[in-house]
Design a protein around this ligand. Structure first.
Ligand SMILES: [Zn+2]
Length: 454
């Protein structure tokens, strides 16, 4: 790709526990009918004043800052960023960025990429340029903006980093995963590194396309200059908007309706104590336990899964548990179409499931079949197995008699196997499994049959 510098400004919607907007008590509900969650403040009616910023938003943004290794400022100052657009009836957006800026977090670092700053701001309304209609439901939603240093050198680096960032932020449930991200991307190339800012790129795949397009465009451009461009997804190109605006164009002023907010260092300490281990740290720790790389990566990519896994391995061998976790537990959750956050399973029942499996108290076939019920209805698995008489068949004489019966019933398969078709044994094992309603251990059955027909 040559010598390239790429930086990102990432906007995400904060995942608010109290579902309230940033400066008023209106509800956050992205499915509500247009203009139903509004009030004089979020529609900027004359004389309306903002409330103090939502505490939940302030705490979430501090936790994001800490997760990204930022230094947290002890003062928060909101400013008015002026511009005139139908989505902004007040004529200004309240933000912590800008000329007199005091962002929440500064000078962080995440996976080798510098974080310039992170700050909090309000979302404007949603304006439809075709109908001219404005929906104010979204007006005043709290947004986080994460500004990186131009440290990325390739699209693949951007892609991996963004995915890991989203996983990491989902660990602290700080960002609304369903709402997506909006990005501004800046790109410049050697030798002069004249920066182009590409506005409003709204998915990871579009971000990568926009970067590739800009690199090629800048290579061809003889008289390149600093500029702002817009990404057009439909044609896959960036389009010229304006030569680079300076901060002055927005006429930033400190917001006179809001006081400077002091952040108590004790609050920061309290939040820091609640910050979980990062996915990358979990990944490394799992690998040290002997867990395979793919298993470690998959399990650490989802906090709910990681938390369950860590409880399970207090009693179960981690390598054994991780295999079943990655293949069967995840598959069962996906088949149920469940969100990880909606899992009802009590971890002690899941530990019991693994114990039955590890100690061969019940056969894998029976246990796999019961897994969805366990995850969805929090089945007391040990009790259920006992009540239903589903313990594995451990009586060798009994197993052997089932195998003899199968050998008589499956004569052709036996001949096939003897003539070298290894796979033919599966239908003989299948016969035993059906007869025992899955309660036999297929590995045991396999070795008994082999012994008997040798
Ligand atoms: Zn409101």
């Amino acid at each position: 790709m040559g010598d390239v510098k790429i930086g990102l400004e990432i906007h995400g919607y904060l995942n608010m526990e109290n579902k309230r907007k940033l400066f008023c008590n209106c509800k956050i509900d992205s499915n509500a009918k247009p203009n139903t969650n509004i009030c004089p403040t979020c529609t900027s009616q004359p004389g309306s004043k903002p409330m103090l910023p939502n505490n939940d938003a302030v705490e979430k943004i501090i936790s994001i800052g800490l997760m990204l290794g930022c230094k947290i400022n002890n003062l928060l100052i909101f400013q008015r960023k002026h511009y005139s657009w139908p989505d902004l009836p007040s004529g200004y957006q309240r933000t912590m960025s800008g000329s007199f800026g005091m962002p929440v977090g500064l000078n962080g670092e995440f996976l080798g990429i510098g974080i310039e700053e992170i700050h909090l701001e309000e979302d404007p309304a949603r304006w439809d340029p075709i109908s001219g209609k404005v929906d104010y439901n979204r007006s005043g939603f709290p947004l986080v903006e994460i500004v990186t240093k131009p440290d990325f050198k390739s699209t693949s680096e951007v892609q991996t980093w963004l995915k890991t960032l989203l996983t990491t932020l989902s660990y602290i449930r700080a960002v609304d995963k369903t709402a997506g991200i909006k990005c501004d991307v800046n790109v410049s190339i050697a030798p002069n590194f004249i920066r182009t800012e590409v506005k409003n790129v709204n998915s990871i795949s579009s971000i990568l396309k926009a970067i590739n397009f800009e690199v090629e465009r800048q290579k061809k451009e003889k008289n390149n200059f600093q500029q702002t461009r817009a990404w057009d997804d439909s044609i896959g190109e960036t389009l010229f908007m304006r030569s680079k605006e300076s901060a002055q164009d927005y006429m930033f002023i400190p917001e006179p309706d809001l006081p400077v907010i002091n952040i108590d260092p004790l609050l920061v300490k309290k939040i820091a104590l609640m910050i979980p281990e990062k996915p990358s740290e979990k990944f490394m720790r799992y690998k040290k336990m002997g867990v395979d790389k793919t298993d470690a990566k998959t399990i650490s990519s989802e906090i709910v899964l990681a938390e369950l896994f860590e409880e399970v391995v207090k009693k179960i061998n981690p390598v054994f548990a991780s295999k079943w976790f990655r293949r069967d537990v995840i598959a069962a959750i996906n088949n149920l179409g469940m969100d990880y956050d909606d899992l009802k399973v009590d971890v002690s029942n899941l530990v019991d499931w693994f114990e039955l499996l590890q100690d061969k108290k019940a056969s894998p076939v029976v246990l796999k079949e019961l897994l969805p019920k366990l995850l969805k209805e929090n089945l007391n698995i040990k009790q259920y197995i006992e009540e239903q008489g589903l313990e594995s068949l451990s009586d060798m004489d009994e197993l052997e008699s089932f195998c003899k019966e199968a050998i008589l019933a499956k004569k052709e398969a036996v001949l096939d196997f003897k003539s070298g078709n290894e796979k033919a044994i599966n239908s003989i094992i299948g016969f035993v499994m059906a007869k025992t309603q899955g309660k036999a251990d297929p590995n045991k059955v396999n070795s008994i049959i082999k012994k008997l027909i040798k």
